[in-house]
Design a protein around this ligand. Sequence first.
Ligand SMILES: [Ca+2]
Ligand SMILES: [Ca+2]
Length: 270
Amino acid sequence: MKSARRPDLVSFASFAPLRWMLFVVACTAAIGNARAEPAFARLYKQQYGYPPSCNACHKDGGGTPRNDYGDQFKKAGENLAAFDKIAALDGDGDGFSNSEEASAKSNPGSKNSTPQAKGDWLDTASLIPREVQALFPGVRAYLPKDALLTDADIARAKALGAELGKQDENTIYIPLQDQRPAGTALIFPAEFNKKAFFLLLATDRQLKVIAVQPLNTAHVPDAAKSAVYASFKGVSLDQLPVAKGSGIDAAITTAVKKAGTLMFVRLKNA
Ligand SMILES: [Ca+2]
Ligand SMILES: [Ca+2]
């Protein structure tokens, strides 16, 4: 593998690719800090041997407020040592300690999951963002594809008008219908006036855009009001427009250009 920068991700991928990658996408979908949650999942797996779902630390999936276990973990330092510090506590108050629950694969952040009745908190289906599922009604299976960028990819992207770097690496969802790709979806960050928001880009199986949607615009309300999203519909990923100007529409267009080109260079091999 070329990705010396993220060896942990590569080794996780070989261990449990689907769950891990879905976790990365689901938990980064709607939060302000795109790097925080996967880092947590890596630590959790290092400590307990499996990646958790977003609901270990959040009340209702990535992007929702932290639950009591999430708060305990944060207060204890958010690092590997923090797990031992909070091991004997019972974050969710269900009578089982945090470490008892984590070791038994029940959710230390939810009363509804105990070592005797773990529930479905680790099901991969629960990790697919609702917004993605809504764009592909009836699709029950998703193939996550890690979009790691080679130097050749970056050069191809540049030729298509998009400046990509390693920091743009992401995970592409491929919805599967009758075991055939039905399209693609990608959740990615955008920035306006130094504030982050998230966008969802989806295409049909020919890589023509079917939708671009704002996902979390709490810090950038203008991104929710923009009318530029409809203009991408029907455009091929390799022909997305280059942004002009410096307003919110330009910020969105820049992010869409980068994300679409990332998908194109990873999915259409030269
Ligand atoms: Ca508990
Ligand atoms: Ca519990």
